[in-house]
Design a protein around this ligand. Structure first.
Ligand code: 8IG
Length: 275
């Protein structure tokens, strides 16, 4: 039985809960420090096996502040992975989405926990819809910037934080040095869980968006607050509503993720090896 989530207490200090979570991870894994962290969204899960040797797998529910995944295709685990270069990766397969309605503190808890374990690089991946029509399902793209359409922020109070170059140009260059054909685009985080209307997709396009999704932007803001260097990547699993001619189906989205999984996970593993 899981106890109530400590982040549900409005009086809780989210950074103290993250520190507690990091201490629990250190205790359960025996690994004092992690160097990099990866959140693996739909389609990216196999990267966990390809980047190195998983020495410990924790159920997210064992770690304070984490919750059960709400969705099929999302795994509720945290793994400690020993990379071939001797570094340590924390692999987060337990994303809490904003649309679950548990509040933004729960959404960014994994990022704050990763920072508290010592990680200075945050890799955020997701499955998403594409606005550029030549991005066929299965295309991985780099996130160059974002537009946060949730109307929310992980920052509380008068916490003014610069978001210039939020998605590291250095890490995007590094990714392109491995896969020169990687395209990039601006990620629009919608609240979800409904997909967009075609009119909303046109709005996203008009305001400068290229990718539509339901995660990542709020997490990136929290990662910047924590001082981490951020790499963001989307797997385009579908063209956004109205860009593709047929209605969106969750099953098709999951299937496109599955089909691309080994290729994009292999790519991500190569990128991680160069960090
Ligand atoms: I996978 O088309 C996936 N996630 N908002 N729109 C939004 N999220 C998504 C989409 C999409 N595809």
């Amino acid at each position: 039985m899981q106890l109530a989530n400590p982040l549900d207490d409005p009086a809780a200090d989210p950074f103290a809960v993250a520190a507690e979570a990091a201490a629990t991870i250190a205790e359960l894994t025996g690994v004092e420090r992690h160097d990099i962290a990866l959140t693996l969204g739909s389609g990216w899960g196999r990267a966990a096996e390809l980047i190195g040797e998983t020495t410990h797998t924790l159920a997210a529910t064992e770690v304070p502040g984490f919750s059960k995944p709400a969705l099929e295709g999302h795994v509720g685990t945290l793994r400690s992975v020993l990379l071939p270069n001797g570094k340590r990766a924390l692999v987060i397969g337990a994303r809490t989405h904003y649309y679950e309605g548990h509040g933004v503190r729960r959404v960014v808890h994994s990022v704050r926990t990763a920072a508290a374990t010592g990680a200075t690089t945050m890799i955020l991946t997701n499955g998403a819809g594409g606005i550029k029509p030549h991005w066929t399902p299965g295309t991985p793209v780099l996130i160059s910037d974002h537009i946060n359409l949730t109307g929310d922020s992980p920052l509380e109070g008068a916490t003014f934080i610069d978001l210039t170059d939020l998605y590291s140009a250095r890490l995007r260059d590094l990714a392109r040095s491995i896969e020169p054909t990687l395209d990039e685009g601006v990620y629009c985080q919608f609240r979800g869980p409904h997909y967009e209307t075609p009119a909303e997709v046109q709005m996203a396009k008009t305001i400068g968006g290229h990718i539509v999704g339901m995660s990542t932007a709020l997490e990136a803001i929290a990662a910047r607050q924590a001082g981490m260097e951020i790499l963001g990547m989307s797997l385009i699993t579908n063209l956004a509503a109205g860009i593709q001619q047929t209605p969106l189906s969750h099953e098709e989205v999951i299937e496109a993720g599955r089909a691309a999984e080994s290729v994009i996970s292999g790519l991500l593993a190569k990128i991680v090896a160069e960090l």
